[in-house]
Design a protein around this ligand. Structure first.
Ligand SMILES: CC(=O)SCCNC(=O)CCNC(=O)[C@H](O)C(C)(C)COP(=O)(O)OP(=O)(O)OC[C@H]1O[C@@H](n2cnc3c(N)ncnc32)[C@H](O)[C@@H]1OP(=O)(O)O
Ligand SMILES: O=C([O-])CC(=O)C(=O)O
Length: 373
């Protein structure tokens, strides 16, 4: 029998989803039917998370209840704080986030309770606590004590306060919030699919999220926002972009922040995030970085016809917000927790074990030799 191999599952439709729709032909993305650009223009990231989980935008009363629940759950227990503080300072922050999620699963007596109600409660708790986890990890690496979350600030502003002990201008907070909206969900990407595979075995939500974190870490996926910044720093300035690209292409390197499995003519989210990045450039007076960003993009697109993905503008935007490069992907986790958990609930509601086939190309069957030398 000759099987057709779909390497990387490219082009394979494996299930249905009502969470979001990515349309390659029109470069469009909708969450529960709403265009992501409109959500970014008109909503807070909290409203968008509510939408992704519940299928509808919240009313004012629903939003008030949801944000009150979120704010009330931000504090993490002292044992988890200590666990984070005890991890090696030079480990990747994604390992810290993954360890913290595994811990939260270990101490949740309802970890294995299935169903939307139980899983939504866990999803909301993770959403509320991930910023606290990321902030503590940032501060310990700088030799600083944790800063407790405050109930008086919104999701994004509270995160800045916990990381930097100050809240930047409203404009900077809004740029960050927009990145949270754009990163929240993207159909069957590698990390969401990983979470769905784990859920399909009837494993628990924490295990599925921890698996998603592992998949997101890789530079071909979420890790690209860190790799973009490292690359731009290595290039140095706009006038060096062309020669750097020459070298990279001669070495057959993948250029980080460009290309996408689904979008071949540009990522639906890039124009919105690019605008947010430009706002950050204006706020920080970082025109050199914008010049480099533009020169690099123009040169690479002209040569290869491969367009930037969301990680290209978000990496330098986070840099200008003051975050360390190796915290960019944990910040992505803070946003994507919403999408992952919505998919976990969707998978659980109509489950089939995900188990594809493979074509064998190893040794012919053979006998184990008696004499093995
Ligand atoms: C939030 C996110 O996860 S968005 C994705 C973030 N990842 C990155 O930015 C990493 C860089 N990009 C890539 O590696 C790829 O574009 C991926 C992994 C995102 C998508 O890959 P695929 O859909 O498998 O595309 P594929 O690898 O088949 O690319 C098709 C061709 O374009 C080339 N190509 C695609 N992206 C790039 C790139 N960034 N740099 C150089 N060449 C590229 C490939 O080498 C390939 O060329 P070939 O046909 O001569 O072999
Ligand atoms: O959809 C993908 O393959 C990757 C991506 O852009 C995302 O997860 O946001």
């Amino acid at each position: 029998m000759t099987e057709e191999i779909k390497k990387g599952l490219a082009g394979v439709v494996v299930d249905t989803t009502a969470v979001s729709k990515v349309v390659q032909e029109t470069n469009s993305l909708t969450y529960r039917g709403y265009p992501v650009q409109e959500l970014a223009a008109k909503c807070s990231s909290e409203e968008v998370s509510y939408l992704i989980w519940n299928g509808e935008l919240p009313t004012a009363a629903q939003l008030e209840e949801f944000t009150a629940r979120e704010r009330a759950q931000r504090t993490i227990d002292d044992k988890l704080v200590q666990l984070i503080l005890d991890l090696p300072k030079d480990c990747h922050p994604m390992h810290v986030v993954q360890t913290a999620v595994a811990y939260l699963g270990a101490v949740d007596p309802d970890a294995d309770v299935e169903g939307v109600e139980a899983n939504l409660a866990k999803a909301e708790r993770l959403y509320a606590q991930l910023p606290t986890i990321v902030a503590i990890d940032h501060r310990r690496r700088h030799g600083l004590d944790p800063i407790a979350p405050t109930k008086d600030l919104g999701y994004a502003a509270n995160f800045f306060k916990m990381v930097f002990d100050e809240v930047p201008t409203e404009e900077v907070v809004r740029c960050f919030d927009i990145s949270m909206i754009l990163y929240a969900e993207h159909s069957f990407n590698a990390s969401t699919f990983t979470s769905r595979v784990i859920t399909s075995t009837t494993s628990d939500l924490y295990s599925a999220v921890a698996g998603g974190i592992g998949a997101l870490k890789g530079p071909l996926h979420g890790g690209a926002n860190e790799a973009v910044m490292a690359m731009l720093e290595e290039v140095g300035s706009a006038d060096k972009a062309s020669a750097w690209i020459d070298d990279a292409l001669a070495n057959k390197a993948k250029i980080m922040g460009f290309g996408h499995r689904v979008y071949k003519n540009g990522d639906s989210r890039v124009p919105t995030m690019r605008k947010a990045f430009e706002n950050m450039v204006a706020a920080k007076g970082a025109t050199d970085l914008l010049d480099l960003y533009n020169a690099f993009e123009e040169d690479f697109v002209e040569r290869k016809g491969i367009y930037p993905n969301l990680d290209y503008p978000s990496g330098p935007a986070y840099h200008l917000m003051g975050f360390d490069t190796d915290q960019f992907t944990p910040i992505f986790v803070m946003a994507r927790i919403t999408g992952w958990t919505a998919h976990i609930m969707e998978q659980q509601a109509d489950n089939a074990l995900i188990r594809p086939l493979s074509a064998y190309d190893g040794h012919e069957q053979r006998e184990v030799p008696e004499d093995r030398g």
